[in-house]
Design a protein around this ligand. Sequence first.
Ligand code: UDP
Length: 245
Amino acid sequence: MNDSKKLMYAGKAKDIYEAEDDDKVIVIFRDDITAGDGEKKANFQGKGNCNSLISSKLFEVLEENGIPTHYLDLIETGSVLSKKLQMIPLEVIARNIATGSLLKRFPFEKNQKLDPPIIQMDYKNDEYHDPMLNDEITIALGIATQEDLDEIRKITLKINNILSEFLKEKGILLVDFKLEFGKDSEGNIILGDEISPDTCRYWDIKTLETLDKDSFRQGQENVMDIYEQVCAMIVDEKDIERWEI
Ligand code: UDP
């Protein structure tokens, strides 16, 4: 379906195509997977489809709870119609439990509960390897204003509450996740990108087993089984019927 459409941007795991309308884009979820600053690469058939379903469902949950997102419609499995945004080059990370890079950089206890949650902003810039920012650096670089940053923090905390609650009911502990925001043509801050096992840490609430990209980072052999399992936990049969996919 995208043969005639123009590719606007190719990321590490998604492609963005022009849509019929100028103010919309089509997001294609690919099967590529990367970790460790892009050093570890692979391709798992069906991963893009899983992520498109999970991300669509979570964006719908957020919209129902009053969070403005770029999500418009799951056109078909793997392909999502979204609002076009001017993206802000920030990786906004929220953490409820200390793990991952936080443990490498700071003396937190492994799996320490973080209450209140920690919000961290990294500069989305491959050349500089996504360094951690503070507000002064972000403002001085012209990436965002103080008002933008305050708003982004407020929305991120709300998203954390909504998703933690929703996922808990599905048997999933939301450990941490990464968000990306953009602005629409009126300058409103809108949630963009994706929310999937590629961009979150999900743990099984009972066993604390990994249900996300950590399986790939750790070199497990059953990465796709895990993605399919978490997809079945988050997306219902009813969603599939409703989407008519
Ligand atoms: N994350 C992401 N993209 C990145 C960096 C982090 O989606 O470029 C997500 C990651 O999947 C995790 C959270 O943000 O859910 C925190 O990641 P962390 O800083 O611990 O980095 P990592 O251990 O992945 O290097």
